[in-house]
Every structure is written in structure tokens, then in C-alpha cells.
Design a protein around this ligand. Structure first.
Ligand SMILES: [Zn+2]
Length: 65
């Protein structure tokens, strides 16, 4: 068992479909982002780097494998 905040369950390379909580824009982001990922529409930060994985700061709609 791991203590989780809202980290991705498995630290593997994955793409995530996320939805911006600010404007509702949906976009695909990389699950291991090494830089901040921002919403393309409103510039809200959707994910931030956290060690080897990205910390997702918004709603995950779907995990794409
Ligand atoms: Zn947005």
C-alpha cells in the first residue's frame, strides 16, 4: 500500500486525459511530465513535476495506456 495524494497509481509512462476545472477544456497530457503542464485555453496548471511522476492538479477523465 502506498500513501497517495492524487498521484498516478503506477509510475509508468502514460498519457492522461484530463479536464480543466477552470474552463472545462479537455486535453491529453503526459503522466510523467517533467515540466508544468498548463491548460491550453486558460493557462491553469494541470500537472506539475513530482519526482519521476507528475502530480495532477486537475480532474483525470481517463488514463490512456
Ligand atoms: Zn482551462
Amino acid at each position: 500500500m502506498e500513501f497517495g495524494e492524487r498521484l498516478i497509481p503506477k509510475p509508468k509512462s502514460r498519457f492522461l486525459k484530463v479536464k480543466c476545472l477552470e474552463c472545462g477544456n479537455e486535453q491529453i497530457i503526459f503522466g510523467c511530465a517533467s515540466t508544468h503542464v498548463k491548460c491550453l485555453v486558460c493557462d491553469k496548471v494541470l500537472a506539475q513535476p513530482c519526482g519521476s511522476k507528475a502530480k495532477i492538479r486537475t480532474q483525470i477523465e481517463k488514463v490512456l495506456t
